[in-house]
Design a protein around this ligand. Structure first.
Ligand SMILES: Cc1ncc(C[n+]2csc(CCOP(=O)(O)OP(=O)(O)O)c2C)c(N)n1
Length: 550
């Protein structure tokens, strides 16, 4: 079948089950937009290209599939960069399409020319500059495959405008054969056996999970494994929603901003079983490198991550689901009853303290209350700042609520657009996005997208009139007289802003108003802005300062 290359691109998306594309047009993608106009794929017009990448990320994460975004050449492409890097750091599968100047003009500093492949090389999983239109079907099939297999991530395809206009004979390849790309799915049986033996010899083991468990669809296998071995579970920021938070085996978040007791637990343990986590600095921050009692088994799909930060006794390269299935074939006889009881007592005591009345409005109590109103399959999207840590500590993911955030890159502004993407993916589920007044203002122009597409996200702005997290860092690194560049000296009136966007809003400043606010925000399925006035001294975690709040 002979068709225009731009139409072929759209056909490839249809075959890959892409139903929504987030984008922003321009001259270099005109042929592609003309083909999209004639297709059944929904195009969501964002208000800034960075949002297109974040929305595709939220959409994909909500459905556990690959998100797709498009931008034009030059400034359109460069505006995508932060979104691409954010997805890369958190192993989120994206296919990113950028328009490029005509192929015979590349390298001549043409109008709106940017070397987007070069600019994103270190944070894309793969990228293609397509100069031969006949290559497009193969390239697009490969891009979806690479983005969504092994350690997932963004793949960029840069397509010159003249290439989009060519006519090609359209055949979608049946098979994939990429030289040098063969992810290992099944853990080496000998390593798995060694791991099972080590588990059986341990007295105080802990399982540490990351985002790889959810993205690898291994939650059920993890639950079976935990119940079989009777081992408590801690998690990284990306792993919060990978395990039932109400389970008696669940302890909580570890790391620089983790639950203090959970950090203590990993230092007391004699074995750490790390599953689907990079085990990077933010997660291992409180670990004693000199803990010679401790063995580490590290299971990850990406061999480059194993042993990167901590010496690993037993590396197992493999997919979380397959490897857990292999581990489940062994029998386990561990006596962890006292260890588990201890963990549960500590968790109960910590949460009690966390939600106690300490300020006019305790953001952690509010987040926890809202999360208890959210059903299975609902989604919380946390931004970056002290507000991220409040959400990470207080949102109880239960068995199947999702918690999305920018864990690796820590990108302020992520939550507003990615929550819109998530809501468009799950229109009947509750989607809540929490953020600081700084993060909100980074990409607030996409409130228009929420309104236009009736994406009923409940936006919660924690207004402390400061860049709270940096303020906390300055205080801890120097002293209280060292605050600099962190006052948001002027904020718009957020309620008037909500009104300008045709979005309902409400402002609260005390815990006593929380129940009424929750009733109001969930009254309908429309977007809502809840502004919460909070004290700037409320710390991220108690030991980070804010003596009145310990
Ligand atoms: C795009 C981006 N720029 C800068 C930072 C550094 N940074 C981390 S947290 C933070 C302050 C966030 O302030 P706000 O959004 O008001 O949230 P709060 O910490 O007050 O909850 C800053 C500037 C970042 N993470 N991302």
């Amino acid at each position: 079948m002979k068709i225009k290359a731009a139409e072929a691109i759209v056909k490839c998306f249809e075959i890959e089950n892409t139903d929504v594309i987030f984008g922003y047009p321009g001259g270099a993608v005109l042929p592609l937009y003309e083909a999209l106009r004639n297709s059944n794929i929904k195009h969501v017009l964002v208000r800034q290209e960075q949002s297109a990448a974040h929305m595709a990320s939220g959409y994909g994460r909500a459905l556990n599939k690959t998100g797709v975004c498009i931008a034009t050449s030059g400034p359109g492409a460069t505006n995508l960069i932060t979104g691409i890097a954010t997805a890369y750091m958190d192993s989120i599968p994206l296919v990113v399409i950028t328009g490029q100047v005509s192929s015979n003009s590349i390298g001549r500093d043409m109008f709106q020319e940017a070397d987007i492949i070069g600019a994103t090389e270190s944070f894309t999983k793969n990228s293609y500059l397509v100069k031969d239109a006949n290559e497009l079907p193969r390239v697009i099939k490969e891009a979806f495959y690479i983005a969504s297999t092994g350690r997932k991530g963004p793949v960029l395809i840069d397509i010159p405008r003249d290439v989009q206009e060519k006519t090609i004979d359209f055949i979608y390849p049946q098979e994939i054969n990429i030289r040098g790309y063969k992810p290992t799915f099944i853990g080496n049986p000998r390593q798995v056996k060694r791991a099972a033996d080590m588990i059986n010899k341990s007295h105080k083991p802990v399982i540490c999970i990351g985002g790889g468990v959810r993205s690898g669809n291994a939650m059920e296998e993890l639950e079976l494994f935990v119940e079989k071995c009777k081992i408590p579970v801690v998690c990284s920021l990306m792993g919060i929603d990978s395990f039932d938070n109400d389970s008696p085996y669940f302890a909580g978040l570890i790391g620089s901003h983790g639950y203090p007791f959970a950090n203590k637990m990993i230092n007391e343990s004699d074995l750490l079983i790390v599953i689907g986590a990079r085990f990077a600095d933010r997660t291992t921050f409180m670990m004693e490198k000199s803990n010679h009692r401790q063995n580490i088994i590290h299971i990850d799909i990406d061999p480059a991550e194993i042993g990167k930060n901590f010496e690993t006794r037993i590396p197992v390269v493999g997919d979380a689901k397959e490897t857990l299935n292999s581990l489940l074939e062994y029998s386990y006889k561990l006596d962890t009853a006292d260890w588990l009881k201890d963990v549960q007592t500590r968790r109960k005591n910590y949460l009690k303290k966390l939600f106690a009345k300490k300020a006019s409005l305790n953001p952690k109590l509010l987040i926890n209350k809202i999360s208890s109103f959210m059903e299975n399959g609902s989604i919380w999207v946390a931004d970056v700042g002290v507000n991220q840590i409040w959400a990470a500590h207080s949102f109880i993911a239960g068995k199947n609520k999702k918690f999305l955030t920018s864990g690796g890159l820590g990108t302020m502004g992520y939550s507003l657009p990615s929550s819109i993407g998530a809501k468009l993916a799950a229109p009947r589920k509750k989607v809540v996005a929490s953020m600081g007044d700084g993060g909100f203002q980074m990409l607030m122009s996409d409130l228009a997208t929420a309104k236009e597409y009736s994406a009923g996200v409940k936006f919660i702005i924690f207004n402390n009139k400061k860049l709270g997290m940096v303020r906390e860092l300055q205080k801890n690194a120097y002293n209280e007289n060292s605050f600099f560049g962190i006052d948001l000296g002027f904020n718009p009136n957020f309620m008037k802003l909500a009104d300008a966007y045709g979005i309902k809003g409400m402002k609260i400043a005390d815990d006593s108003e929380a129940d009424h606010a929750i009733q109001e925000i969930f009254k309908d399925n429309e977007p809502f802005i809840l502004e919460c006035i909070v004290d700037p001294d409320i710390p991220s975690v108690p030991h980070m300062g804010g003596e009145n709040y310990e």
